[in-house]
Design a binder for this molecule. Structure first.
Ligand SMILES: Nc1ncnc2c1ncn2[C@@H]1O[C@H](COP(=O)(O)OP(=O)(O)OP(=O)(O)O)[C@@H](O)[C@H]1O
Ligand SMILES: [Mg+2]
Length: 277
């Protein structure tokens, strides 16, 4: 059977078995995104319970950002079904989209705005009342040490400052699910430590984080569950919490004590050499 038929059969079965469940933050059934002849996401089926820190891993080009795009309404899936918080996500899901926060790969900043304008714009779009908009914008800028940047437009921000603004825009309305595409890349170590603490607190309150990262040591330490994809397909899904406390994961009779070792086993090590180096 070719893969397209597999998805059709899969979807027919799954459509009937879908039931709303608020304790499941993300449910994906047979998600596929085609770009011409390329399946960037290839029949992905996945569930993320609410209240978990979820790491979504895979090599460059595996389909992580495309999946996040499909899960947040930024990318139209070719096939498959996405449910967030027990509700089907489609183009008209305005209220549902207000319940999630997104830091996309490209950050999605409006370069001609000042940071406070951009954050206030996002907060208003998410329906926060005006006094809350103002107090949260001020608090975020202060805690992220961006108040001195008031006179600079976002176009003039440093890479890490831009990332912090995008993070702030994603959480300003305290969403129920936070989608973060490489949240820690480019942020200084003190900033990363603070964001990790915020995320722990956020998840402890019952909310859900769905994040991509290539920094496997960090994922190992902060994530409860991990999915690894390769070529748009799920290759592993499991709990990783025990690695942080010295435990191991067993797969095909092999034991892995780090997420990096497991990742390399599943995705394949590369040992390319440069002939001229
Ligand atoms: N708009 C697009 N048009 C055509 N192809 C695309 C588009 N967006 C992504 N792709 C392709 O889809 C595949 C998956 O890309 P994606 O950005 O989802 O990967 P990723 O896992 O996020 O990678 P990285 O770790 O490098 O961020 C790649 O082959 C990419 O070239
Ligand atoms: Mg990406």
């Amino acid at each position: 059977m070719n893969s397209i038929n597999e998805f059709i059969v899969h979807n027919e079965v799954d459509q009937s078995s879908v039931r709303p469940d608020a304790r499941t933050a993300v449910r994906v059934e047979g998600l596929t995104k085609m770009y011409g002849g390329l399946a960037a996401v290839d029949g992905l089926t996945l569930e993320v319970p609410a209240g978990r820190m979820f790491g979504f891993l895979g090599p460059n080009g595996a389909g992580k950002s495309t999946t996040i795009g499909c899960l947040t309404g930024l990318v139209d899936p070719t096939r498959g079904r996405v449910e967030l918080l027990g509700e089907h996500l489609n183009r008209d899901s305005i209220e549902l989209k207000r319940r999630i926060g997104i830091m996309p790969e490209g950050l999605g900043l409006f370069d001609q705005l000042y940071a406070h304008e951009f954050l206030a714009f996002n907060a208003r779009m998410m329906g926060l009342p005006e006094p809350t908009v103002r107090s949260r914008v001020e608090e975020l800028l202060e805690v992220l040490e961006l108040t001195d940047a008031r006179r600079k437009r976002l176009a003039a921000f440093s890479t890490g400052m831009r990332k912090k603004v995008a993070f702030a825009a994603a959480i300003i309305h305290r969403p129920e699910i936070l989608f973060l595409d490489e949240p820690f890349e480019s942020i200084d170590p003190a900033g990363v430590a603070m964001l990790k603490e915020w995320l722990r607190q956020y998840v402890a309150g019952g909310h859900t984080v769905f994040m991509t990262s290539h920094v496997l040591e960090t994922v190992e330490r902060i994530c409860d569950d991990v999915a690894i994809i390769n070529g748009g397909r799920l290759v592993w899904r499991g709990e990783v919490g025990r690695l942080a406390v010295g435990g191991t994961i067993t797969l095909n009779g092999e034991e892995f004590s780090t997420l990096e070792a497991l990742f390399l086993y599943l995705v394949g090590e590369r040992r390319g050499r440069l002939s001229w180096l």
